[in-house]
Write a protein of this length. Sequence first.
Length: 428
Amino acid sequence: MTAPDAMPDPLDRLYDEVDELLLAENISPRDRAGVERVALHAVGDYQTKAGRGVHYPLAHPEVTVAEIVSDVCDYGVLGWVFRQPGVEDITIRGARIRYFQHGRWKAPTLPTTERRNRHVIMQLIADAGVPLDQEHPVVDRVQILDGAGRLAAAIPPVAAVLDATIRLYVVRAVSMDDLVEWDMLSQPAAELLSLDLRARGAVIISGETGAGKTTVMSGLLSRVDVSMRPLLVEDYREIDFHHDLGGSFQIKPGPVDDRPERSIAGLLRFMLGLRPDLVAVGEVRGREAWDLTGAAGVGAGFIATLHGPDAERALERLARLSRGHADRPEPEAIRETFSDLLHFVVHCERGVSVEGKYLHQVTEVRAVVPPVDASRGFTSDLIFERPDGLGTPMRWTKLEPPAPIVDRLERLLPTGVHLRDVLGGARL
């Protein structure tokens, strides 16, 4: 009898054969009966070879068949994670899986291996027609699970081991009252921003990944007046948006080309022709930044999210992205234009409380003011802040927005009520 090969995981030895048989017979992972038939054949063949002394036999072949079917049809341990409620972010590094649920990072108790995790990742991106191999060792922003999430992954030689991140889209139906109840925003700040949207103002929501930008946008959109026509565009659907006169759009997956449905910029230009009162962009990260200024040309306001470590640098990023537009606007012109159009920057941050719970809160609301010198950057005034940091109360700084914004918002207030009253806590 020949010495058996080292075998850390019998499934690793079987996956290649199962993959080849599934491909040869054109069996879809959705065909559970077909996958089970192939797994039974592969495991039977494996046991036959074990009987001839090629390697050790499987102690429980029926369990191995079930695990293969689970990995192929249900995405294995990752499939179990996908099915847990409230999971938004998943990280995979080698055999390790971690997922973010209800404000905490957790680990599944089910066992897995790097090979099995990689097999599932390959399945997920295969549905999108994207390769992940030695010639293409990195994939980024691949839509998976029929648009329910996106994936980025790297394999050797670029990464030491399989390294992947999955973002699951939790469609949010969030109200402004929710934001206040969760202490993401104070009541006066919520009233100020709601007024600005009614006035067709312009708001940028900044923050790093996972800081709560989309949640805040969802809450703000819930306050759009019933007489207005708001239109929303997203890369991936994350906001549960319902409005009698509104509409929502999502880009069509595939290579970016000249068709409007292939990019945020294309859909944004399309939306501006639909007579909106308010344009909302789920995330600005390209030339569509400058297209936001087109909202003013049709008499609309806008609201958008933007990655940035703080409000000031988010504004500068907005300017840098705008320079990539085909119109090639000059930096000073970009800053002057956005300073004239933008009313507020709402900055979100995330962190950990003393109890170990993750927090997502608005830490600043800044009013954009005309710059003294546009060549030196944007200028803004701090209206609301959390002076003692995350987890502490949001306070009004006693400053007001610029006079033109105040005048515009006070037209919407009841007689005798001033914006200072709202900033100080008066309920509308």
